[in-house]
Design a binder for this molecule. Structure first.
Ligand code: NAD
Length: 502
C-alpha cells in the first residue's frame, strides 16, 4: 500500500468519531451543543463534509466565560509545581497523539503532512517551554527606597479569550494557550470556523492530563457572533488574537467598552532582500522555503522578493525552474509540498491575483493556474516585472504566490522594503556585515533574520510593528501580557506621615 493510501486509511479511523458525534463545545469540562445550531466543516482536499460543528453564540460564550471565571481562583492558587506537572502531561499527551493531530490538521486545512507532522511536536514544545517558566512567572524585583522596601510581583490577569486563525491552527493555539495557563489564567478558546478539528483534540488532551474542568473552555463558531461576544464579555480580561489586520482592528473596537487588554498578531507582506554579494544558493533555498512551504498561508512568509538588478535575471531563472518543480497534491502524501488552499473563499481570493497581476502590468513567470477541480489546488506562482506600487506587492495574498521586485542600491532596497502597511518579518541576504547592521537598524519589522530563513527560538520576542500587530509573544513577553504587575511598599520604620487636620 502506498504511503498516501495508508495515511488515508488511518485518517478515516481518526475521523469516524467526529462523523458520529460532530464537534461539540467544551465548557466546564462537559460537551455542549451550540445554541445557534451547527455548521459543517468541509475538507479543502475534495470539498466533502468532515462533520457537523456546534455553532456558538453569545449565550455559549457567556457559559464558557462563567466557567473560566469560576475556575480561575483555584487554578491561580494551585502550587506552581502542580501546575507545571499538568502542563508537562499535556505535552506528553500531544506527543502521544501526534499522528492523529497531523493527519486531521492536513485534512481540515489542506496543509501538507511534511510540514504538519512537526506541528504537534512544536505544540508539545510550547507546553514544555512554558511549563519550565511556571515556577518563576510570579517573580519580581526588590526596589529599596529610603523609607520603604518596595517589592514587585506578578499575578495572572484572570480569565482570557484566545481567538485563533485557520493557518497552522494547532501550533498557534498551543502557542497562545500554554503561556496563559502557565501564568495562572483560565481560558476560553474560539478556534477558526474553517479548522475546528485539532482544537477539539487539544482540549481533550488537556483534560485527560488533569487540567481541572473550566480552566480551558472551547467554543466553536463564527467570528462575528461567538468571537465578538468573547471580546465583549465582562469576565474576560484580555484577548489574545491571531488573524487578519482588519479583524485585529475589530477586536480592539469590540473590546473597548470593557477596556480589554488586546494582543494582536496580524498579517504581513514581508520582504526578502537579496544582494548580489550574498550566498545565492542558500538565499534561493530560503526564498523558496519561506513562500512555498505551508501553502504560503503563513504570516511570516516572505511574499515580496527584492532582488538586486545585477543578479536578477539569473536568480529569477533559477527560481522559476525550482518553482515549476514543486509538487502539488494530496496533503497526506508525504511527497506533497503544496496542498489545497483552505477553502473556497480563500481560493477565490488567491486566484483573483492572477488577473490582478496581469492587469497591473506584471508577468506570471510560473504557476498562475489552478489544478483540477476536486479541491482548492493552485500551482505555486511567481510574478516578475513588478514594482512595489502594484496590488500584488502591497496586499497580503496569503497563498503560494511570490512577487519579485528589482532594486539597484541599498537605499532603494530599504525604501521598497519599508513601503508597506505591514511590518512583521524581514529577511536579509548579504555577506557585507556593515550593510546588514545598517539595514536591520532601519528595516521596519518586528523580526528580522540575516542569511537565514525564519527559525523560531521560543525565548525570543515574536510579533510585528505597523499593521502587523501589537504586543510580543515568547519568553517572558508572553507573561507580560497574561499577568499584571503589582507593587507593594513595606514601611521599614516610622517615617514622617503628613498629619493633615491634626
Ligand atoms: P481572520 O481574521 O479572518 O480570523 C481569525 C479568527 O478571528 C477566526 O477565529 C475568526 O472566527 C475570528 N474572527 C473573525 N471576525 C471576528 C470578530 N469580529 N470578532 C472576534 N473574532 C473574529 O484570519 P484568518 O483568515 O483565519 O487567518 C489568516 C490571517 O491571520 C492572515 O492575515 C495571517 O497573516 C494572520 N496570521 C498572523 C500571525 C502572526 O503571528 N502575526 C500568525 C498566523 C496568521
Amino acid at each position: 500500500m502506498s504511503a498516501l493510501a495508508t495515511n488515508l486509511e488511518k485518517l478515516d479511523g481518526y475521523l469516524a468519531r467526529f462523523r458520529e458525534t460532530g464537534i461539540k463545545h467544551r465548557i466546564g469540562g462537559k460537551d455542549c451543543d451550540g445554541s445557534a445550531g451547527t455548521f459543517q466543516s468541509t475538507s479543502p482536499v475534495n470539498k466533502t463534509v468532515i462533520c457537523d460543528v456546534a455553532r456558538g453564540d453569545a449565550s455559549d460564550i457567556d457559559a464558557a466565560a462563567r466557567a473560566a471565571k469560576d475556575a480561575f481562583p483555584a487554578w491561580r492558587d494551585m502550587p506552581a509545581l502542580e501546575r507545571k506537572k499538568i502542563l508537562i502531561r499535556i505535552a506528553e499527551g500531544i506527543e502521544a497523539r501526534a499522528e492523529e493531530i497531523a493527519l486531521c490538521e492536513c485534512w481540515d486545512t489542506g496543509q501538507a503532512l511534511r510540514f504538519m507532522s512537526k506541528a504537534a511536536i512544536r505544540g508539545a514544545e510550547n507546553f514544555r517551554y512554558f511549563a519550565d517558566q511556571v515556577t518563576s512567572a510570579r517573580d519580581g524585583k526588590q526596589l529599596q527606597s529610603p523609607t520603604l522596601m518596595n517589592v514587585t510581583t506578578r499575578v495572572p490577569i484572570g480569565p482570557v479569550g484566545v481567538i485563533t486563525p485557520w493557518n497552522t491552527p494547532f501550533m498557534l493555539s498551543t502557542w497562545k494557550i500554554a503561556p496563559a495557563l502557565a501564568a495562572g489564567c483560565t481560558v476560553v478558546h474560539k478556534p477558526a470556523e474553517l479548522s475546528p478539528l485539532s482544537a477539539r483534540i487539544l482540549v481533550e488532551i488537556a483534560e485527560e492530563a488533569g487540567l481541572p474542568p473550566g480552566v480551558w473552555n472551547m467554543v466553536n463558531g463564527f467570528g462575528e457572533d461567538a468571537g465578538k461576544a468573547l471580546c465583549e464579555h465582562r469576565a474576560i480580561k484580555a484577548i489574545a488574537f491571531v488573524g487578519e489586520s482588519s479583524t485585529g482592528s475589530l477586536i480592539q473596537k469590540q473590546g473597548a467598552d470593557t477596556l480589554k487588554r488586546c494582543h494582536l498578531e496580524l498579517g504581513g507582506k514581508n520582504p526578502v532582500i537579496v544582494f548580489d554579494d550574498a550566498d545565492l544558493d542558500r538565499a534561493l533555498d530560503a526564498v523558496i522555503f519561506m513562500i512555498y512551504s505551508i501553502n504560503g498561508e503563513r504570516c511570516t512568509s516572505s511574499s515580496r522578493l527584492l532582488v538586486q538588478d545585477s543578479i536578477r535575471e539569473e536568480f529569477e531563472a533559477r527560481l522559476i525552474a525550482r518553482v515549476n518543480n514543486i509538487k502539488v497534491g494530496n496533503p497526506l502524501d508525504p511527497e506533497t509540498v503544496i496542498g489545497p488552499l483552505v477553502g473556497e473563499e480563500h481560493f477565490n481570493k488567491v486566484t483573483s491575483y492572477f488577473d490582478i497581476a496581469k492587469e497591473g502590468g506584471a508577468t506570471i513567470a510560473a504557476g498562475g493556474v489552478t489544478v483540477g477541480d476536486e479541491g482548492y489546488f493552485v500551482r505555486p506562482t511567481l510574478f516578475t516585472g513588478a514594482n512595489n506600487q502594484m496590488r500584488i506587492a502591497q496586499e497580503e495574498i496569503f497563498g503560494p504566490v511570490l512577487t519579485s521586485i528589482p532594486f539597484s542600491t541599498e537605499e532603494e532596497a530599504l525604501e521598497i522594503a519599508n513601503d508597506t502597511d505591514y511590518g512583521l518579518t524581514g529577511y536579509l541576504w548579504t555577506n557585507d556585515l556593515q550593510r546588514s547592521l545598517r539595514f536591520t537598524e532601519k528595516l521596519e519589522a518586528g523580526m528580522i533574520w540575516v542569511n537565514s530563513e525564519n527559525v523560531r527560538h521560543l525565548p525570543t520576542p515574536f510579533g510585528g510593528v505597523k499593521a502587523s500587530g501589537i504586543g510580543r509573544d515568547g519568553g517572558d513577553w508572553s507573561f507580560e501580557f497574561y499577568m499584571e504587575q503589582k507593587h507593594i511598599g513595606f514601611a521599614t520604620g516610622e517615617h514622617r506621615i503628613p498629619r493633615l487636620g491634626a
